[in-house]
Write a protein that binds this ligand. Structure first.
Ligand SMILES: CC(C)(COP(=O)(O)OP(=O)(O)OC[C@H]1O[C@@H](n2cnc3c(N)ncnc32)[C@H](O)[C@@H]1OP(=O)(O)O)[C@@H](O)C(=O)NCCC(=O)NCCS
Length: 194
């Protein structure tokens, strides 16, 4: 899959700079280790990046996903602010099943220092718009977002991006000790898709 020749973009807001979504690079490893000192990131994501070697393995895994055409991961960086341009602030991923599958799943996180300024919703919106265009000819009809019920911030991100709450999921310990939400974006929800 090489439908992305340039980074995806999300516009600035009155309070936050614009964002670029680009592929992960091995040069991000040191920054990733720093961001993964955060307990919320460790709690809500499956990775624990303790050192640069581990972070490089993680980046290589993301690069492999692009080559395999089933997992499309983007580093989210700020752009357009002198002195802060290129600063790593988050991650979004589209997990695509078999070619032709009608659904895909998204995941995301925001660096602790950048939370509360709309990084995740703006990046998720850009990812969703990209996905529906990139996979239009391959039958993609819906994108799903799953979170545990006590992750209120993630639920809010889903709402902001108009992912509708469609299913209450039972607990699945040990990974998910509490119930969860499945939110779904379906083709036609987005204003740009009408
Ligand atoms: C969830 C996460 C990605 C949100 O990223 P963000 O870039 O800070 O998103 P936002 O700027 O929209 O801020 C979060 C929103 O959730 C709200 N929020 C925060 N904690 C909340 C809670 N416990 N309950 C309800 N809403 C909450 C905030 O008020 C804000 O909404 P607002 O802008 O309407 O005030 C971020 O908190 C994170 O990285 N968490 C750890 C990883 C994670 O949980 N990933 C998702 C796994 S499903």
């Amino acid at each position: 899959m090489d439908e992305i020749s340039a980074p995806l973009e999300a516009a600035a807001t009155p309070l936050a700079p614009a964002l670029l979504l680009r592929r992960w690079s091995l040069a991000d490893a040191a920054g990733l280790v720093e961001l993964y000192q955060d307990s919320a990131l460790r709690r809500w994501t499956s990775a624990a990046l303790d050192d640069e070697a581990g972070a490089m393995r993680w980046v290589r895994g993301r690069q492999k996903g692009w080559r395999a055409g089933n997992r499309f991961s983007f580093a989210v960086v700020e752009s357009g602010t002198p002195g802060r341009s290129g600063e790593l602030v988050g991650h979004v991923v589209l997990k695509r099943g078999a070619p032709g599958a009608p659904s895909a799943e998204v995941g995301y996180w925001t660096a602790a220092h950048a939370r509360g300024r709309g990084v995740a919703p703006r990046a998720l919106q850009a990812l969703t718009e990209w996905a529906i265009t990139a996979f239009a000819g391959e039958g993609l009809e819906r994108v799903e977002l799953l979170h545990q019920v006590d992750n209120g911030a993630s639920c809010r991100v889903a709402q902001k991006c108009r992912y509708e709450l469609t299913t209450l999921l039972p607990a699945a310990p040990p990974a998910f000790p509490l119930e969860g939400h499945r939110h779904t974006w379906a083709r036609g929800f987005l204003a740009t898709d009408s």
